[in-house]
Each structure stands twice: as structure tokens, then as C-alpha cells.
Design a protein around this ligand. Sequence first.
Ligand code: F6R
Length: 241
Amino acid sequence: MINVIRTKDYEEASDKAFEVMKEYLRPGKVLGLATGSTPLGLYARMVKDHQENGTSYKEIRSFNLDEYVGLPITHPESYYAFMHHNLFDHIDIPEENTHVPSGLGEDLEAQARHYDEMIDACPVDIQLLGIGSDGHIAFNEPGTPFDSGTHVTDLAESTIRDNCRFFDNDITKVPTQAVTQGIGTIMKAKAILLIATGSNKAKAVKEMLEGPIDVSCPASILQKHENVTVIIDEDAAALLG
Ligand code: F6R
């Protein structure tokens, strides 16, 4: 079941997302985390709450959705660096409790299978998601099978264009592949929290919520999950019936 929360703008969406997330900021919980522009407001609120209220992450574990293939963790645009810069370095989560898939290694598919095994052993309580303008979740682009596990994938051209802004607006610098949790992996999370803001997400939001469940819109599979909260702002909701 999808519970849709409509908000005015990005700031209010981030406030609502924090309200949902706050319930999970307790010892023993396992958070599924995302990168990109969408969760920045939520992460800022988690950092503020840690600093002002002392909410502790010492006994919380986390699994990130994805990582670019070929970027070392020292690259400022690696998702490992993103998570440290925007969240992990400002809260008290132990490094060994955090997991970001590696985009480097001899056998990325074997590493991907190992990542799924770790998640199976430590099920995610709440998975945070953004959505791509093409309806992708994590880097599961249109056409990805709904039962996929963590795998290496080619990024869609629209995704490469969308992410150009993080790579000096130079398309040749954007990695073309990623390691991503599969849709099957994401669907195992006990609860899902998806945030979508801005008009470039409106079409994907409409297909996710009102379209058929079809691999052409990967996020449409969320209609089948039993506990999903979708937080959208006015711009992202603009095409809803
Ligand atoms: C990031 C991720 C992606 C983004 C999506 C939206 O870990 O998995 O699916 O959530 O591309 O990106 P932003 O938030 O930058 O619009």
C-alpha cells in the first residue's frame, strides 16, 4: 500500500521525511540509504537532530543503494564520499556499521552477490529512495526485471545527462555504469520512504502511482509493497489525476 503525503515544497517534504525517519532512529535498526539531491534535506535534519538532541547512531546499521563503477572512494563524487560528507561524518555511526557497494574490484558481480547476502542477514527496516526522471529507483533503469538482485548496470542516457551537473557539466566525466541494489533487493525492505520533488519528476511520479505495474517504470513495482510512504511536493504532483 502506498501512503502519499503531499507537501508544498522541498523543505516541507524534507520535514515530513524526517518525521517518518525519526521512528527508525533507534538501536538495532537498519537503514537503507540513498544519494543524489533528494535526501540532502533529510540528512541535514538527521545531523541537526543528532547534534541538538543527541540521537545516537552507535547501534544503527546502514546499507546504501548504489555506487558508480570505476570511482575510487576518494573521488568526491563517489557515493561513498557523498555519504561521508553529507551524513556519516556528522553523526556517531561506526564506520563498520555502514555499507556502500564498491564500484571497484576484480569481480563486481561476486561482490554484488555478497552485498545481497549481507542484506539478507541484516534486513533493512526502512529504505529511503529518490526517483529518476525516467522512473528508476536506485540505478534500476527501465526494463530491469522486478526480481533482480544487486548487479552491475549501464546507466540510461537520461540518467547520465541528469547527473552531469555533479561532474563539472561534462558528460564525458560521468561514469556510464553503476553497481546497484536490484529491485528485488529493495522490495525486501520492511518499509520504503520515497521522496520526489520538482517538476522533472512529475511524469515519473504519475507513472509510479497511477500507471500500470510495468518494467517501463521501475518505481511502479512499489504499488505491490505493503508499506510505502511517498512524499511529493506540488511540482512533482502536478500531473496526478
Ligand atoms: C541514488 C539513487 C538514484 C536517485 C535518483 C534521483 O542513490 O539511487 O536513484 O535517487 O537518480 O536523483 P536526485 O535525487 O539527484 O534527483
